[in-house]
Design a protein around this ligand. Structure first.
Ligand code: AMP
Length: 190
């Protein structure tokens, strides 16, 4: 089982690439952002709990995220691989993920980070706000999401570097070129 964490700040293009990678390898794409947005849309108890937090660009609690991921692993117990997109985002989540995988006798296989400069990130996020009408993509919220990334998520780079699992790829250019680069890294060609 290949367990890929697609890593990077909001706006790096993780979602687009995660879908393509999952499709190519027949792995399960898990976007915690998509899962949470669906809960909000359906106005479930969980959705109502996280709506305001998400709209402010803050992180939802580790506890809820860990519950969500446990149920994802239960649901896809026979998957050949996973592409995790948006999880883990804190050190607590990363450690909980290690434990979850350990109970399945699995490990994180690779943490692949998309490297995009900050100006480009803000531009992409604001453009997406206009196109998709995402409430968490207004300028203030976009800045907040980047602050959250720097404070809570970026430190994971050292955690995974320490385990020699971390690799980086240039995330600017055409979707197809970036995809090719990512596939090469996953297949160990780069
Ligand atoms: P995304 O689509 O991955 O950018 O996620 C959208 C929003 O969902 C984030 O800004 C957070 O509010 C929430 N979210 C998604 N994944 C996580 C996570 N692993 N930990 C905490 N909050 C998350």
């Amino acid at each position: 089982m290949f367990n890929l964490i697609l890593f990077g700040p909001p706006g790096a293009g993780k979602g687009t690439q995660a879908i393509k990678i999952a499709e190519k390898n027949n792995w399960v794409h898990v976007s915690t952002g998509d899962i949470l947005r669906m809960e909000v849309k359906q106005e479930t108890t969980l959705g109502l709990k996280v709506k305001a937090v998400m709209e402010a660009g803050h992180l939802v609690s580790d506890e809820l995220l860990i519950e969500i991921m446990e149920s994802v692993f239960r649901k896809h117990s026979s998957a050949g691989g996973f592409v995790l997109d948006g999880f883990p985002r804190t050190l607590n989540q990363a450690k909980a993920l290690d434990k979850m995988l350990e109970t399945l006798r699995q490990k994180v296989s690779l943490v692949l980070s998309l490297d995009v400069n900050e100006t480009e990130l803000v531009n992409r996020l604001l453009k997406r706000a206009q196109e998709q009408g995402r409430k968490d993509d207004t300028e203030d919220v976009v800045r907040n999401r980047l602050v959250q990334y720097h404070q809570h998520t970026r430190p994971l780079i050292d955690y995974y570097k320490g385990q020699k699992l971390f690799k980086e790829a240039f995330g600017e250019g055409s979707v197809d070129d970036i995809f090719l680069t990512l596939c090469n890294v996953i297949e160990g060609k780069e």
